[in-house]
Ligand binder design. Sequence first.
Ligand code: TGC
Ligand code: FAD
Length: 392
Amino acid sequence: FTKYNWEDPLDLDHFLTDEEREISNLARDYCQTRLQPRVLEQSRQESGDHKEILMEMGELGFLGPTIEGYGCAGVSSIAYGLINREIERVDSGYRSTSSVQSSLVMHPINTFGTQEQKDKFLPKLAKGEIVGAFGLTEPNHGSDPASMETTAKENSDGTYELNGSKTWITNSPIADVIVVWAKCQWDGKIRGFLVERGMSGLETPQIKNKIALRASVTGMVLMDGVKVPKENMFPDVTGLKGPFSCLNNARFGIAWGTMGALEGALDIARTYALERKQFNKSLAEFQLVQKKLAQVNTEIALGLSAAWMVGKAKQDGRLATEMVSLIKRNNCDKALQGARLLMEIFGGNAAADEYHIGRIVNNLFVVQTYEGQSDIHALILGRAITGHQAFY
Ligand code: TGC
Ligand code: FAD
C-alpha cells in the first residue's frame, strides 16, 4: 500500500501525461504567485486589470490552448481542464474571464470561422492582446435561448444590421470582439456574428454591485442598428448547435474548474481547522469537523475522476454531449454544497472576506447557474434517459 495523499486522493496524477503534469504545475505556479495576491482587492473593488491578466495567461499559452496553430499551444482537452482547475482554485471569476476567451470566443472562430476571421482574430486572442465575449443570454431568455429576440437583417449594401440586447455577458465591458447570436429575419435561423468594439450603435455597460464573481467583469451588449460587415458572420453554422457546441467546451472546463474551487476551499478549511482551538483542542480533532473534510475530499476525488474520464472520451472521439451535462451538473452542485459545508468550520470568521470562503461559496452559486443551470442539465439527462423532453 502507499500512503493516502489527501491532496490527490485517487492518484489522478498517475493518469496524466508528462505534458499535462507540466502544464498543471505551470498553471498552479502562475495562479498562486500572480493571481492569489490580487483576488481579495479585485473582488472588493469589483474591478481589476483583466486585460493584463489575459495577456499574462496568453504569454503562458493558457488561452485557446487546445487549438492548433495561430500561436496557440495545441494541447489536450485534459490539459485545458487542468488549467481551469488551477485558475478556479483562486477564483471562479478569473476562470470565467479566461474560459470565455478560450471556449466561447476562440473555439467558435476556430471551428466556424472563415480563414480571414481566424487570421484576423485568433493570434491576438491567443496572446490576450484583444478580449472576447459571448452573447447568448437576453433579459427575457436565459435557459431558453431558442426564443431569443435579437435580430439580424440584411441591408441592401450587403451588410447586416443587428438589433437587440444581451445581458449578464462576461467580459462585455472590456471586449474588443463579441460573438453575438441572433435570429436572422430572412430565414428565421440563428447565426453567429463577430461584433467589434467601435461599431456604431453598440454599447456594453457594466453590471455593477454583483454579489458574486466580483473578480470578473460582467455587462450587457446593447445593439441599436449595429452595422456588421458581411465578412463578420459565421458562414456555415445555423441553429442552436452553433452556440451549444461552444458550451460543450466551456461546460467541460467548468467541471474541472469547480473541483479546483472546492480543492482551494478544502485546503484553507483544513488549515483553519488545524490552527483554531476550541475546548482546548484544535477543530481538526473533532469528529464532526473531520466528517466535513472527508465528505469534501471524497467529492473532489470523484468529480476529478469523472472529469478526466470525459476528457479522455473527448480526446478519443467517444464524447456524448450528455456526458458533459453530467459532470457540469454534478461537479457544480457538489462544489457548491461542499464549499457551503466547509464554510461552517470558519464560524463567525466566515463572514470576513479575508478568510475567502464566503467569496468561494457566492461564486459557486453563479457557476451552478450559468452555462445551463443544474436543473436544466438534469432535464438534458432526463431526455436522454427516457426519450421524452420535459422542458416545456
Ligand atoms: P434542442 O432542440 O435540444 O437543440 C437545438 C439544436 O441544437 C443541437 N444541440 C447541440 N449541439 C451541440 N452540442 C450540444 N450540447 C447540443 N444540444 C443541442 C441539437 O442537436 C439541435 O440541432 P438541430 O440541427 O436539430 O437544430 O434545443 P432546445 O431549444 O430544446 O434546448 C433545450 C436546452 C434547455 C437544453 C438548451 O436551450 C440549454 O442548454 N439551455 C441552457 C442555456 C445555456 O446554457 N446558456 C448559456 C449561456 S452562455 C454562458 O452562460 C456563459 S457563462 C461564461 C462564464 O462566465 O464562464
Ligand atoms: P432563467 O432561465 O429565468 O431560470 C430561472 C430558474 O428557473 C433556474 O433555476 C432554471 O433552472 C429554472 N428553469 C428554467 N426553465 C426551466 C424548465 N423548463 N424546467 C425547470 N426549471 C426551469 N450568458 C451569456 O450568454 N454569456 C455570458 O458570458 C454569461 N455570463 C454570465 C455571468 C454571470 C455572472 C451570470 C450571473 C450569468 C451569465 N450568463 C451569461 C447568463 C447565464 O447563462 C444565465 O443566467 C443562465 O443561463 C440562466 O438563465 P436566467 O438567468 O435567465 O434564468
